[in-house]
Write a protein of this length. Sequence first.
Length: 246
Amino acid sequence: MKIRIARYDKNKEPKAIVFEYEVSEDKTLLENLKEIKEKKDASLTFRCGCRSGVCGSCAIRVNEVERLACKTKLKENDLIQPLKNYEVIRDLVVNIDKNKQLLQNSNSFLEELSSQKVTKEDEKLIHRQSNCILCQSCYSSCPVLEVNKEFKGPFVLTRVLRYLDDKKEAQKSNKIALIQENGIWDCTLCGNCTMVCPEFIDSKSDILKLRMIATQAGYTDPNFQNFSMDFNSGFDSSGGFNPNGF
Ligand code: SF4
Ligand code: SF4
Ligand code: FES
């Protein structure tokens, strides 16, 4: 069986090229990548760690859909590409340095320890979001990041909710303030992030929940404000329709 792998080397011409490789159907994509590297082409570059779906380091795209290479079986002619929305360093390896900054910019960490007692029930509330393995699949699948590199992105917003729902966190208002710009209101609610998450984390629903929390804290959707201003311009001061208003 043959698959295609996107290769990239900034020091070669052409820099980007797609190569065909013979692979075994009964092995995972990661096992096949290792075999190609060991037996056919030592220059093939990819990331991996645990080989069992725990570390998140082997995330790539198969036929444009984000997957973990160590958990993926292949079909004839599959196209293997690096994650989107990150700079490619080489072949299937992308530069994830900006993740640290993204998490820091949203204060998605424990800022101030509260003295509240945490029960088993409280722990259950943040269990799913705490399972994020930072594989970046959701980030790669997000259409907003293709047009707005400043968007905080799904795994960051999910992590903010995790700390807002965490009784151990005493400092919540900073976190809500920091996700207003390039954050919760910029999401299109397309659901791509939810579909590709290997940990079944539902970032789309997490973002909806964050919008509710922000609204209760007195924030409003800036897009809705603009819409209502445009809409109101269609009416005169007495509330009658002004045909020149639109
Ligand atoms: S639901 Fe929102 S965060 Fe998730 S992929 Fe779509 S636009 Fe991005
Ligand atoms: S939320 Fe899911 S897809 Fe996104 S980084 Fe975490 S584990 Fe990966
Ligand atoms: S190698 Fe760790 S998740 Fe695939």
